[in-house]
Design a protein around this ligand. Structure first.
Ligand code: LIP
Length: 279
């Protein structure tokens, strides 16, 4: 069985390269922007085309596998994770970056078996960095092994999170208050690169020490989850408890000490679940 998943991973890397080429070409042309759930939730024709490319390639080669894709879910498809081999796809993670040509844009794909992440790839296609990881086999960037910083001291750390307008005033206030709490520890700084998957890879390769977020989706987290674990980092729920891929929240850190400290500072708010429709 293990070779079968390796073959899937090799295929995943090839299709991500093709998708990345499509995104780079689209960056050279006019980009027409559409809104999804809010004026700050954007989608483009390229998101949809890239997702179609990836899904058709997977379906042709692995017709029995399941797929959860960001744009398919936006169009009404299910986002319930089952025990089936499942490809969880974000065709462009960092769509807002893409429309502004801010260069942190990636293709993120995680592959689960019995609801556990078996492998993940994140292709930061403007930087041409291909992050890959398979369970038990290590994490790599362009084939070179990567590992987390190992930083234990939150006061010596660089923390990533994302900030955006939230139409719920209480949640918006809490999100900003959380940023203030983390800055006040104090940490060396907070950065917002604009792509959840790239944020996870930045922690995985030691360029940052932690990343936290409430309100992202399984397709933002699945690829990066494999990479951070295999790079020696930790991934937990925003409460500090076990990570749940469908929970829409996470803390990623170089060490448990840093993850625990962030969990202690954060005030949670309800963001729902990816699989809420079946609850
Ligand atoms: C985006 C993330 C971004 C986060 C947004 C959104 P998209 O994904 O990666 O970092 O702040 O909430 O989920 O929409 O570009 O795939």
């Amino acid at each position: 069985m293990s070779d079968e998943w390796q073959e899937c991973m090799d295929h995943c890397v090839e299709v991500a390269k093709e998708a990345g080429k499509m995104i780079r070409e689209a960056l050279q042309k006019d980009i027409s922007i559409m809104e999804k759930s809010s004026p700050v939730d954007l989608v483009t024709e390229t998101d949809r085309k890239v997702e179609q490319l990836i899904i058709s390639s997977i379906k042709e080669k692995y017709p029995t596998h399941s797929v959860i894709g960001e744009e398919s879910v936006a169009a009404g498809a299910s986002s319930v994770l089952t025990d089936d081999p499942t490809w969880i796809i974000d065709p462009i993670d960092g769509t807002t970056n893409f429309v502004h040509r801010f260069p942190f844009v990636c293709v993120s794909i995680g592959f689960t078996v019995k609801k556990e992440v078996e492998f993940g790839i994140v292709y930061s296609c403007v930087e041409d960095k291909m992050y890959t990881a398979r369970k038990g086999k290590g994490a790599f960037c362009n084939g070179v092994p990567i590992k987390v910083s190992g930083q234990e001291d939150i006061k010596q750390s660089l923390v990533l999170t994302e900030m955006m307008f939230n139409k719920n005033p209480e949640r918006f206030k809490t999100m900003l208050a959380n940023v203030k709490s983390i800055l006040t520890i104090p940490v060396h700084g907070i950065r917002s690169p604009g792509s959840a998957a790239i944020n996870m890879c930045l922690v995985a390769c030691g360029s940052a020490d932690a990343y936290y977020h409430m309100g992202i989706y399984c397709w933002d987290m699945a690829g990066g989850a494999a990479i951070i674990r295999e790079a020696g980092g930790v991934i937990v729920d925003i409460s500090g408890g076990p990570f749940d891929l469908m929970s829409r929240r996470l803390i990623v850190a170089s060490t448990k000490a840093i993850a625990d400290r962030i969990a202690k500072e954060i005030t949670q708010f309800d963001v729902g679940r990816d699989d809420a429709k079946v609850q």
